[in-house]
Design a protein around this ligand. Structure first.
Ligand SMILES: [Zn+2]
Length: 145
């Protein structure tokens, strides 16, 4: 989560909503990193999780991320929760809860929906205060600026 936070800070410095993500393989090695770059890339799917999962899949040479874990500073949205199911991730670890758009337990619970045949394990609210503080600071700055 410390690495994901570092990614989030990079997004912050770029003027992007500060969300960062990493993907770890079964041995705990980082195989993908990403931070939100929706503004810079003009890409509606430019969320930290998607970028980290793409990098991880590229490094493994395949789309299946079985055995891997996604670690992200903010509870994933519906798109990213869906992508983590599609990627067959073993585990989704997140920091701050997103009561407005979260799809891993808040508004929806996409990854634990029993109708889906793959359900990643969820570990919620890891370093949640630190992850949330970065977002609060970002939006406070934006209101002032
Ligand atoms: Zn997302």
């Amino acid at each position: 989560m410390r690495l994901a936070l570092r990614e989030a800070r990079t997004a912050f410095e770029d003027g992007e909503i500060p969300v960062g993500a990493v993907v770890l393989d079964a041995s705990g090695q980082v195989i993908g990193t990403g931070h939100n770059d929706r503004e810079r890339s003009a890409d509606p799917t430019g969320h930290a999780e998607i970028i980290a999962m793409r990098a991880a899949a590229a490094s493994l040479g395949g789309w299946r991320l079985s055995g891997c874990a996604l670690v992200v500073t903010l509870e994933p949205c519906t798109m990213c929760a869906g992508a983590s199911v599609q990627a067959r991730l073993d585990r989704v670890v997140y920091g701050a809860v997103d009561p407005k758009a979260g799809a891993v337990g808040s508004l929806w619970d996409v990854v634990r929906d029993r109708r889906l045949n793959h359900r990643p394990e969820v570990v919620a609210e890891v370093l949640a205060d630190e992850c949330g503080a970065l977002l609060t600071e970002f939006f406070a700055h934006r209101r002032v600026g």
